[in-house]
Ligand binder design. Structure first.
Ligand SMILES: Nc1nc2c(ncn2[C@@H]2O[C@H](COP(=O)(O)OP(=O)(O)OP(=O)(O)O)[C@@H](O)[C@H]2O)c(=O)[nH]1
Length: 431
């Protein structure tokens, strides 16, 4: 025996069914309406009547052309006729002016048939999607702004997933690393990072992921496709979803290789005597300061030697200033060849030089001074067929733990040097 039919469907009469339909339609948030084939309204729900501030009865028997501006009515009618013609439901976006504002509706229009299957009306269920469209528009605009900024940026930009793979890279970034765009997408960022920088980068990434830092900046080296490394300054930010779940990183990459090279060059120039290429006074005193600290801390010996050309004025007067310059350069090159890598030759000014000798006791320093003095005296500078003979006087001292600063050491070497000059020049004296 078949199960009994539900009580409700069994007993609903036509009036009850009509009331049921109205109850559902009037409580819907959607706009609902029914029109006959000529386009006259047979029914509108509460939402429909409220939308245009007209009572439900006002619509009945009227067409869209009688109710709405011509272009709105024409749009509605055309869509209704399509439904009638195709005899099937149509989902379409319709644009309507409501209270002077443009509203977007997602309309489902469908054919309605009588018991014999004859089409006699079209129905409408429309959802107001204006707010959603506006949100989509805003999102599109912001995505478009980001896309343009990303694509056209004159710094390298990359979106990197949480696993460290490049999701997207901009054309400038590809070019920076020597790749065709977008060849690098899908590659891991680790594969183009200098091995010695990986741990530092990971430490920063972990801090950002733990929320210890909102974003971070780091200097690191990237591997260029051609095999060399680029020094870059990278700003890294983490994009999270509204719940705070990390989505991906955005990295701004600035190539600072050239900047670092220029900085290094400027530093080198600032520390170098332009005539001879040896250290000038400033780095010499800085090194002496460091050596004094070592002497105080470890008690290792170190010596300072100061030397001055004898009667250099006569060399200039006799051979000319440029020959004097040549003597200073000749001496510097010779001296550099004879010193250990740890020794430092500096030009303190004029024709006065100094040598700092770490890990050297006075006896060793004296020996080196003597060798230099003898070598200089025995090796005149040859310019064409002219021989420029010259000699040097040297004063030296040991760095002492109680020396307060390099000036104190220099004062003693100066004293020794003047003694060497006083005692006849071309000799080494110790204080
Ligand atoms: N060619 C050249 N000469 C320099 C340079 N710097 C200093 N001098 C010269 O070195 C000479 C130093 O002269 P003085 O200080 O009188 O000493 P000196 O003639 O070497 O005599 P003593 O030091 O007493 O042996 C001066 O004539 C300076 O012009 C330089 O860069 N190039």
């Amino acid at each position: 025996m078949p199960p009994p039919k539900s009580q409700t469907t069994q007993t609903l009469n036509a009036d009850q069914q009509a009331a049921l339909f109205r109850a559902i339609a009037d409580n819907s948030n959607n706009v609902v309406g029914v029109k006959d084939l000529a386009g006259r309204y047979l029914y509108v729900n509460t939402k429909y009547s409220q939308l245009f501030h007209l009572p439900q009865e006002h619509y009945l028997g009227r067409t869209d052309a009688e109710l709405f501006p011509a272009d709105t009515a024409a749009q509605f009618r055309a869509n209704d006729l399509r439904v009638q013609h195709d005899n099937m439901a149509l989902t379409i976006e319709e644009i309507v002016q409501v209270d002077g504002q443009t509203r977007h509706f997602l309309s489902v229009k469908f054919p309605i048939h009588d018991f014999l299957g004859t089409l006699y009306a079209t129905g409408l269920i429309a959802t107001d999607i204006t707010a959603r469209k506006a949100a989509e528009q805003l999102l599109w605009a912001s995505e478009e702004r980001f896309r343009l900024a990303f694509e056209q940026a004159t710094v390298g930009m990359a979106m990197i997933d949480i696993g460290g793979n490049i999701l997207r890279i901009n054309p400038h970034g590809s070019q920076l690393f020597g790749y065709q765009h977008p060849e690098l997408e899908g590659r891991s960022i680790e594969s183009i990072t200098h091995p010695q920088d990986r741990a530092r980068v990971m430490a920063l990434i972990r801090k950002i992921l733990r929320n210890d830092l909102p974003h971070g900046e780091i200097e690191k080296r990237y591997l260029h496709k051609a095999g060399h490394f680029l020094h870059c300054r990278v700003a890294i930010s983490l994009v999270r979803d509204p719940q705070g779940v990390p989505l991906y990183f955005v990295a701004h990459i600035n190539d600072i290789t050239e900047t670092l090279r220029i900085e290094e060059e400027l530093l080198r120039l600032a520390n170098t005597d332009p005539l001879t290429g040896v250290a000038n006074r400033r780095p010499f005193l800085e090194r002496m300061q460091q050596e004094l600290a070592r002497v105080r801390r470890y008690g290792t010996p170190a010596c300072c030697l100061m030397l001055d050309f004898d009667h250099f004025k006569l060399i200039n007067d006799r051979w000319g200033h440029s020959s004097g310059d040549a003597v200073l350069r000749y001496f510097s090159q010779t001296c550099l060849q004879r010193l250990r890598a740890t020794d430092l030759l500096g030009r303190l000014g004029g024709e006065e030089f100094a040598i700092l000798m770490p890990d050297t006791a006075l006896a060793g320093a004296r020996e080196l001074g003597e060798q230099l003095r003898v070598w200089v005296a025995e090796h005149p500078l040859q310019i064409g067929d002219q021989q420029i003979c010259f000699s040097i006087s040297l004063g030296m001292t040991e760095l002492r733990a109680d020396d307060k600063n390099p000036d104190q050491v220099l004062a003693r070497t100066d004293e020794a040097l003047y003694r060497a000059k006083d005692l006849g020049r071309n000799r080494v004296e110790v204080v």
